[in-house]
Design a binder for this molecule. Sequence first.
Ligand code: HEM
Length: 483
Amino acid sequence: MGSLGAYTPSFRVLDDTRPDDTTLPAFMVSTTRGFLPRMDPIVSLPSEFDPLETILQRMPVKTAKNEAGLLAAGNLGDVVHEELPNLAWAVDKYKANLPLMNALYRDYSFLASAYLLEPCHQRFVNGQSYGLGRKILPSNVAQPIAQCAEICGFKPFMEYAGSYALFNYRLEEPDAGVEYSNLRLIRAFENGLDPASSEAGFVLVHIDMVKHSGPLVDGTMRCFKAVPSGDYGPEADEARSAFNSGLVSILEAMKCINGVMETMWSKSRPMEYTSFRTFIFGITSQSMFPDGVVYEGLYDNQPQDFRGESGANDSMIPLMDNFLQVPMPDTPLTEILRDFREYRPSNHKAFLHFARDESLRLGVKDYALGTKGQEDTELLRESRNLWLEILNQVRDFRWRHWCFAREYILKRTSHPTATGGSPIVTWLPNQLVAVLGEMARVYEIGGEGLGQRAADIMEAATRQKQTLSKEVDKYCAERGVDR
Ligand code: HEM
């Protein structure tokens, strides 16, 4: 008997995101907005936070008024010490408004990163190495950020979703919606308040991609709903058709997301990435913070370390890894992948855990690939092909990503770690090789019966694996890094 119609998931995915409800966290997974926040991010803060607002507006290297800001001259540190009161009391006043807490978390985390990394930026623009960042985050920043982070369920340091990227856009024309040309950054470090800048392009392409994650979530839930819970009975065809339709939704979403990802090359120029990147480094495994950072007056004044902003904290690819049950190798690099998955909105985290457990509990992969003795039907062949095609999209994402790392980072700087603290040469290939390996296993199950398209996919994947191996060898040799 199929489970069509009878399935009640243990995780509640929203259909209606209730944008005006301030009692819910800003980030809750939905079938409509996917991993974007439930509402467009809050731009303006209550007047109590005017002292913070004025500093943030004066902060970027180039301000919205096209003037040299505090970071241009290296004056931010002094201004934070001299002008910013400790507004922890005001955070407390508004603590029941969760989206506002998220906006404050975003704003304090911009200030914290700029403050800590300002000396590194000064050295970088003078052609020197980063040197050391500031070691102490003063209490007028540390206390409010720790407060809002705790309320929102974030780490008290800049994160990808809650701060840098997904809660950092505003709509130029409110009625024109989340269209790329209508998006502007709320906060920036360098010249990102200019929408044509590489800093803006870098962030906005992420948002433009995540905008398409609704059907990814919807397709995943539809697949879970369709997998038969017991013996495959008379409704087998109906269940498999519904399952395949869920897979199609996932596949189309992934194609769209990858298509938008490709626009990165023109929206954010590879030559310009390293200059705004200085401010998005974390304080884990970074030479700028060998002893971490003390949050003045907090955590017994013991140094803390947190990973920085990284697309690795985006939820789309982790969802695919979990849904598809992609086996990752047992390596220290995979440990970093797991650690990255801690840095995200708590509702995203819970959803990813749910997707991982549900996929295993329902035997989604076995069902998709027909490895439990199912009858070899045309519909099963379709499931296998769709599964391989989705894996191929995950490969496509990760391969393009390796190309980004090569062109934006490896060719421009010898700094050995990425913003999230992963080793720059070996980490991305760790996951890409895992996906390529999984594709080969899936193809072996389906065999030649999968048809020419699958054969072509596999031929290209095999070539890509060889190219990747040569490139990684080259960069490892050049940089004296072990594989
Ligand atoms: C110029 C463009 C980009 C560059 C240079 C770049 C760089 C990196 C680097 C170096 C990492 C390694 C992790 C770390 O930060 O320590 C990473 C991971 C990651 N980034 Fe990006 N990124 C770019 C664009 C994007 C975009 C647009 C997305 C879309 C959401 C994204 C999503 C991811 C994901 C999912 C991972 C983890 C990869 C995995 O699991 O294998 N990145 N990125």
